[in-house]
Design a protein around this ligand. Structure first.
Ligand SMILES: C[S@@+](CC[C@H](N)C(=O)[O-])C[C@H]1O[C@@H](n2cnc3c(N)ncnc32)[C@H](O)[C@@H]1O
Length: 305
């Protein structure tokens, strides 16, 4: 592919976002409830996979996996469930090598065999070299990944996932959404700033796009999936929860400075797009640096149309 990826070809600002925030695996979003395997968001997603109905081995890829927590939590919950008749064979995808290596370093510490890894742009999952050894899979999951891609890329990613799964397979997306276009302008502004402060190069990697639910449904349909909405809720965030996402060392004062910059951009977004403040329930406590937001999140599954 003469050095350019499918994502590169999609837009003049193409490329893919490779930032994850800076904190280590054990710290990963530990203060944000929707990442917990006990959260209703996780439980609804897990139930939607209907793993207990499957009898043969389940081949599953957790895509845009970062530290792999979503796939690992699904596997563990299934294996601990009295309803499980079979095991999950789990593989991880990420565009970066480091998170994939880290997943296997952690697995090694737990005494587990290494997991298969597919290091590639999600938009090219179906043609990735590593996929040749895996073949068709039953399930591809992606949590909090697709919204980081530039506009136009999520459909291509879903199409690549569809090509990767077997005819009776399923894709599961658990991610953020905007309720209205005005809310979308606000959240895109805020989320793009957060990623820029965490090191995203907008010229090279493009800008994130958080779709509305209608857009998500269209993406599923365009990629050849029957979309089924499973669950909607909010992920409640205090901007202080972002401590550690912008620097390697949390004692670095640059972290505090960047969270203050995030607080400012949230105020700007609310002033420019008042619907954003209502929709994301942005609240400002009287003390400085007490901003809370409720990000709408959803779970959607798709079977091949
Ligand atoms: C927010 S983190 C993922 C969190 C993780 N899915 C979870 O729920 O715990 C996003 C991840 O997507 C990866 N990523 C970004 N662009 C990608 C792309 N085009 N293809 C594959 N992975 C990508 C990043 O390297 C990062 O590890």
């Amino acid at each position: 592919m003469n050095g350019t990826t499918k994502a590169d070809q999609l837009s003049s600002k193409g490329g893919a976002y490779t930032g994850t925030g800076k904190q280590g695996q054990n710290e990963f979003r530990k203060d944000i409830g929707s990442y917990a395997s006990t959260s209703p968001f996780f439980v609804k997603a897990f139930d939607a996979l209907r793993l207990g109905e499957r009898t043969g081995p389940i081949i599953m890829i957790d895509a845009m996996a970062g530290p792999g927590k979503f796939g690992l939590d699904i596997r563990k919950t299934h294996h601990n469930s009295p309803n499980s008749k079979t095991k999950i064979w789990l593989a991880f995808n990420d565009i970066k090598k480091e998170p994939l290596m880290k997943i296997n370093e952690e697995a090694d510490k737990r005494g587990e065999d290494p997991y298969a890894t597919i290091q590639c742009d999600i938009c090219e999952l179906n043609t990735a070299e590593d996929m040749r050894f895996i073949g068709k899979v039953d399930i591809v999951t992606v949590r909090y990944g697709l919204k980081d891609l530039p506009k136009g890329h999520a459909q291509v990613a879903l199409e690549a996932m569809r090509q990767t799964i077997a005819d009776d397979g399923m894709v599961l997306v658990a991610d953020m959404f905007a309720k209205s276009k005005e809310g979308q302008y606000g959240v895109n502004l805020v989320h793009a700033k957060k990623q820029e402060l965490a090191g995203r190069n907008e010229q090279r990697e493009g800008v994130c796009h958080i779709p509305t639910l209608e857009e998500w449904q269209v993406y599923f349909l365009e990629a050849g999936f029957k979309p089924k909405f499973i669950y909607g809720t909010t992920s409640d965030v205090n901007t202080k929860n972002w401590t550690g996402q912008f620097v390697e060392d949390v004692s670095d004062p640059g972290d505090f400075k960047r969270i203050a910059m995030m607080d400012d951009i949230i105020k700007v977004a609310c002033a420019r797009h008042p619907e954003f403040q209502t929709e994301f329930q942005v609240s400002f406590a009287s003390a400085h640096r007490e901003i809370t937001l409720k990000f709408p999140i959803f779970v959607m599954v798709g079977e091949k149309a």
